[in-house]
Ligand binder design. Structure first.
Ligand code: ADP
Length: 164
């Protein structure tokens, strides 16, 4: 069974993340979207909220599961018998960070966990969780940037709504 993990903060999940999930899920038997609990960051949504939101967003993709983890990704991967970590690449600055992280994980896992990169689709190359948070903070239109079930969560969080 070919399993992969897609780790990230997903604060919140965007259409860019969802695109990577769909494309990765088509290439593995099982894909686990793993929400990182990072004590150094103060997130907009709690890990539990993010797990619930992502679970709702991926409910129609049968081979995708959602989980949370803390600590080293490679430890999570080994504990769940996963050999592949999937990451998305948008820009050159993503590449620099992702290359370092992939090499770090390769060393830490002694070659047991490989990183597979998927290029972001053209329409989502500009999209990031931080941009979505910024737009929502100023009560902008985030429809089309995140799945519909997450649009309503952002409206609740920032206490606004938009005309149809
Ligand atoms: P991080 O895990 O670095 O905190 P995110 O949770 O935002 O970042 O993203 C998780 C992964 O998804 C990263 O590999 C990131 O490059 C990728 N990603 C983020 N936004 C997009 C997008 N719009 N299109 C494709 N990949 C993306």
């Amino acid at each position: 069974m070919r399993k992969a993990v897609y780790p990230g903060s997903f604060d919140p999940l965007t259409m860019g993340h969802l695109d990577i999930i769909k494309r990765a899920a088509a290439n593995f038997d099982e894909l686990i979207v793993a929400v990182l609990h990072n004590p150094d960051k103060s997130p907009l949504f709690s890990v539990e909220e993010r797990v619930n939101m992502i679970t709702e967003a991926v409910k129609d993709i049968p081979n995708v599961r959602v989980d949370a983890f803390s600590g080293f990704l490679v430890d999570y991967a080994k504990a769940h018998d996963i050999q592949v970590s999937v990451r998305g690449l948008r820009t050159v600055s993503d590449f620099e960070y992702e290359l370092q992280t992939a090499q770090f994980n390769q060393i830490l896992s002694q070659g047991q966990v490989e990183t597979y990169f998927l290029a972001s689709s053209q329409e989502y190359g500009h999209l990031s969780s931080s941009a979505v948070r910024q737009v929502a903070k100023f009560h902008g239109d985030i429809r089309g940037m995140v799945p519909d079930c997450i649009v309503s969560k952002l409206f609740e969080k920032y206490q606004y709504k938009l005309e149809e």
